[in-house]
Design a protein around this ligand. Sequence first.
Ligand SMILES: NC(=O)c1ccc[n+]([C@@H]2O[C@H](COP(=O)([O-])OP(=O)(O)OC[C@H]3O[C@@H](n4cnc5c(N)ncnc54)[C@H](OP(=O)(O)O)[C@@H]3O)[C@@H](O)[C@H]2O)c1
Length: 316
Amino acid sequence: MSYEPIFDELPDTRFALNTGSGKLPAVGFGTFFDDPAATIDAVTQALQSGFRAIDCAERFGNEASVGAAVHAFLETGKARREDLFITSKLWNNNHHPQRVLPAFEASRQRLGLDYLDCYLIHTPFAFQAGDELHPRDAFAHILYDSGVTLIDTWRAMERLVDKGLCKSIGLSNVSLQALQDVVAVARIKPALVQVEAHPYLPEWELLQFCQQHGIVFQAYAPLGHGLEPSVLNEPVLNQMARRLQKTPAQIALAWAVQRGTAFVTQSTTLSHIQQNIDISTLPHRAMHEIRQDITHRVRFNSVNETGVHLFSSAPR
Ligand SMILES: NC(=O)c1ccc[n+]([C@@H]2O[C@H](COP(=O)([O-])OP(=O)(O)OC[C@H]3O[C@@H](n4cnc5c(N)ncnc54)[C@H](OP(=O)(O)O)[C@@H]3O)[C@@H](O)[C@H]2O)c1
């Protein structure tokens, strides 16, 4: 059986935010890189290749490098600030309401931007407040702070929107229950939820809740973070890729957008960056096949259970 690929505008898909403050490009580039020079190179290549959504975080430790690449690109005149969608995230040691504004301001200044398009609570876990990103006791156990709730932090996030400092707010690494709890009491509803999602972790239930509430679902690790068992070696995706003359990565990313999610992928390889934005609509039958035939389930990142980033499986 062969499929006729349909060439279209899938890479230009944008999801409207429930705040009315703009649209998130479905195709996004992540910046979880260790090295400042690699960060600048990768972000520059991503922007030049057409990515317009850039995902950052205080925890990634490289916002200044991302900001440098963004500013250099804006100076070329190939895009205006309003064409870009820049997100950053509040880390776990800053969940206390009085720490939210300073943490946000520090990220904004490192990025060198007047405003952020979205600011996310990176995980629902509050660590002990302070300068330590991972505060630990004498036994190296993480010190959590039970004195602050996710709702307390959310109220402080809402005030950032009130002040016009960021256009929208959201959550990352949340369970469906935690998201429901926030939505139930929020004055400003979450606009965006960013969680691990890929064909081995489709999170259909969470996606359905997001769609019912007009919340954009953004998948991170959409290619499985380069870990084993490799999403990119999945036989169903490989057979489909051969039939459609695309790569398995392009199939996984097209599937992500077509089922109604945005994604953030990352790469330091130019050919990968370029192919990750060169996606096209899959035939209806292929979408069905991915949902029906890929039954293997893997969560690679246990951050949503502990608040500590730990991609399990063999290192890349
Ligand atoms: N909210 C959170 O807690 C959280 C956690 C993790 C990540 N994130 C965000 O999500 C972003 C992406 O995360 P991720 O690294 O897990 O994404 P990913 O795109 O699933 O995995 C990236 C890996 O895939 C490889 N790759 C990329 N494109 C490829 C292609 N076309 N063909 C073959 N291999 C390809 C990359 O290697 P090469 O460099 O060789 O291409 C890299 O090893 C991060 O940068 C970050 O912004 C958020």
